[in-house]
Design a protein around this ligand. Structure first.
Ligand code: IVH
Length: 697
């Protein structure tokens, strides 16, 4: 175990090494080993990294280079000579068929040129083709198929042993449970890949967690790796993981079989996997004949890294010919025939100067850290949400702390942790306010929630945030009525409530600086157009707590007019898809409020659409009015969206999953678990596509 002095010493030593301290080789190597071992322990055992990833990589590379230059000084227990530990005890441990090696890293053109030169020297006189694909920033997995069936999935673990996660991996829809390997006489095959969470799925997940008062997940990588190791596969299924499979690490053929031609190159083997139904990165795969072309491609790709739906932290360059790969072989840690090109780091350290408290649309009070501005991967960051009090306490963040900040792609920046070893005693605890910083109302904290709230619905901060939300792109989409104009109009008293939007005194606006005839006309047109928005956008725009876009859509299609909800009780609401007790309570609470009813009257008087036209036109007295439908499998006579529209046209409601609320399950070809579940329930009428068409006429 490390003592307090050890921590301090390791910190100073690592900073000195990072700044390139000049020492005799033997001493330098010994110090590097010490710091790397310490960093490994902090990362794998303590789950509390001491160094930024790029810093660690830099020190590791330096030690390796020294060992190459001074083989006589290399010790057998150097951290470069073994793979790190990291197995959780909760899941069964399994051995990999072949060790799951990691990749050597490169950071610039020079590193890549060196690597290509080393490769060329291993296959003298031969032409080399390079294959380039993204380096996915997720959790690595290995899959074993026997006789075409998925029999085992495992995490990387320490590279030799991993955790068995077969049941969890089976929840990932893109991973085939069986595939036609036997037709190519492949008896057994081990495939490696990465499990990722798409950035938008990650954002939704965190929004849900925030609404439920749970601490947010740090980044998509942690979310993916944590999800894979959950003990309940049902929870895994809810997280919508994706997989990318990029390497065949081992296979066994039937006796006397010949190697399938596709397995001769990396490019063809990924195409082959793709043909067999696997999510392999064929669209992202590029081949090049010279390393200079590879370098140009890497530089260009780095600019576009945020265009992909998931996080990547670099590119991987592989030698295309499998025969050449085999002859190049591997070191104890990585293959010689592949290398990672790492993009610029997106972590930085900075000083936390103060904390401000912001009041949101629903009165939630969020602590926001103000840090010295730092450039992280090309964006300046100076304000970072700390989410809630629990996060601040758990991470033990203080004012005056030096903090490690990460910005992962489109994900908002967050504080990974404070660097406790940098403290000098002057740091101060973050004190949470007892009263609203905007209106002065006493704050409340419902027991099951992590956030403090201002419950004064007339609080200026909330009113402004509600108006911004009402006008936002996904709600009423009033272009030009963003944060700045709403704030300006509010301060001038031109806008006090949401319905005021439709009776702005434009003669006063015309006197304001920056508002010319044209911009006023544009604003007026956008406001006018918003009156015709469909009901689901109005419902979403009202900002009812726990009612997101999907719930708003589900709500909108069940009524003819917004006021119908005045008659609905919680029990009726809970019958709807996506509506649990908490959401139902929030909706009834909203529509019971006289202020909200008055607001709805004013909106209607202004000409805002509160009617569900779709439903009014549909046969609301039809036999299917209010009946619930779900479609599964592949339909042959129409697209699923068309079928859903037909069901809605007769007053039906589309559900998202099989439950006791479901009336009809329409089954196409290759229907899977939904059909099984419906059969088990026994209360669902199961129809073929033709029966459905006949039924609704
Ligand atoms: S190939 C034997 N390809 O990066 C070579 N790895 O630091 C097997 N990774 O452990 C690895 N994207 O988890 C390969 N396109 C890709 C990758 C990739 C991400 C991960 C993998 C590996 C780590 C290496």
């Amino acid at each position: 175990m490390y003592t307090a002095q050890d921590h301090q010493r390791m910190y100073t030593q690592s900073k000195a090494l990072l700044s390139g301290a000049a020492l005799p080789a033997a001493e330098l190597m010994q110090q590097l080993q010490e710091v790397i071992l310490y960093a490994d322990w902090r990362y794998y055992v303590e789950n509390d990294p001491a160094l930024a990833d790029a810093e660690y990589d830099q020190l590791f590379a330096r030690l390796k280079k020294l060992e190459l230059d001074h083989p006589d000084l290399q010790s057998a227990d150097s951290p470069t000579q073994r793979v790190a530990y990291g197995i959780s005890e909760r899941l069964p441990t399994v051995g990999h068929l072949v060790p799951m090696l990691s990749l050597d890293n490169t950071y610039n053109a020079e590193d890549l040129t060196d690597w290509a030169r080393r490769c060329a020297a291993l296959v003298p006189g031969e032409e080399i083709v390079f294959c380039v694909e993204p380096k996915y920033d997720g959790a690595s997995i290995s899959l074993i198929y026997e006789q075409g069936k998925l029999v085992r999935a495992a995490t990387r673990g320490d590279g030799v042993y991993g955790e068995e996660i077969t049941n969890n991996v089976k929840q990932i829809r893109s991973i085939p449970l069986q595939a036609g390997f036997t037709k190519d006489q492949v008896q057994q095959i081990e495939i490696r890949g990465e499990v990722v969470i798409h950035k938008d799925t990650f954002a939704t997940l965190n929004k849900q967690r925030a609404a439920e008062g749970q601490a947010p997940l740090a980044n998509p990588r942690n979310a993916a790796s944590g999800t894979l190791r959950m003990l309940d596969p049902n929870e895994v299924a809810k997280r919508k993981l994706s997989a990318i499979l990029y390497h065949i690490s081992d296979y066994a053929l039937e006796p006397q079989a010949v190697r399938p031609a596709a397995l001769g190159t990396h490019f063809d083997s990924l195409q082959w996997l793709y043909q067999l139904g696997f999510p392999s990165p064929v669209k992202e795969l590029k081949t090049f004949r010279s390393i200079d072309e590879v370098i140009a491609y890497c530089a260009d790709f780095e600019q576009r890294r945020d265009d992909l739906p998931y996080e990547i932290d670099g590119l991987v360059i592989k030698i295309n010919s499998i025969d050449q790969q085999e002859r190049m072989g591997m070191t104890a840690h990585h293959p010689r025939w592949a290398v990672a090109y790492k993009f610029k780091a997106r972590q930085a350290t900075s000083k936390l100067r103060s904390v401000e408290f912001q009041v949101g649309r629903t009165g939630s009070v969020t602590p926001v850290a103000k840090i010295d501005a730092v450039n992280i991967g090309g964006a300046m960051v100076s304000s970072i949400s700390l989410f809630n009090e629990d996060v601040v306490r758990e991470k033990d963040i203080h004012i005056g702390d030096t903090v490690l900040v990460e910005r992962a792609g489109d994900v908002i920046p967050y504080i990974v942790k404070p660097l406790a070893e940098m403290r000098d005693g002057s740091e101060q605890a973050i004190v949470f306010p007892t009263h609203c910083p905007v209106c002065g109302e006493q704050l409340e904290k419902p027991e099951e929630e992590a956030v403090w709230r201002c419950i004064n619905i007339a609080c200026a901060a909330q009113v402004v945030e509600r108006m911004i939300h009402f006008c936002s792109k996904d709600a009423m989409d009033v272009r030009g009525m963003g944060e700045s104009n709403v704030n300006k109009f509010f301060e001038l008293g031109l806008l006090r409530t949401v319905p005021d939007l439709y009776r702005i005194d434009w003669s006063r606006v015309a006197q304001l600086e920056g508002f010319k005839e044209k911009s006023i006309a544009n604003l007026q047109a956008a406001i006018e157009a918003s009156k015709k928005q469909p009901l689901n956008r109005v419902i979403f725009g009202l900002g009812i707590r726990h009612v997101g876009e999907t719930t708003a859509k589900n709500l909108a299609r069940t009524v003819s007019h917004l006021r119908d909800f005045y008659q609905w009780d919680e029990e009726q609401l809970k019958q709807l898809d996506d509506v649990g007790p908490k959401v139902a309570a929030s909706i009834t609470h909203f529509f019971a409020s006289p202020e909200n009813r008055h607001m709805i009257d004013l909106l209607e008087e202004s000409g805002v659409n509160l009617v569900n036209h779709h439903r009014q036109e549909s046969q609301s007295d039809s036999a299917f009015s209010g009946k619930t439908f779900l479609f599964t499998g592949t339909l042959s006579q129409m697209k699923r969206s068309e079928a859903e529209a037909k069901a809605e046209a007769v007053g039906g409601v589309i559900l998202g999953g099989v439950s006791s609320k479901l009336n009809y399950l329409v089954v196409g070809e290759d229907a899977g678990s939904k059909l099984e579940k419906a059969k088990k329930l026994g209360t669902v009428s199961i129809l073929t596509e033709q029966e459905f068409i006949d039924m609704i006429g």
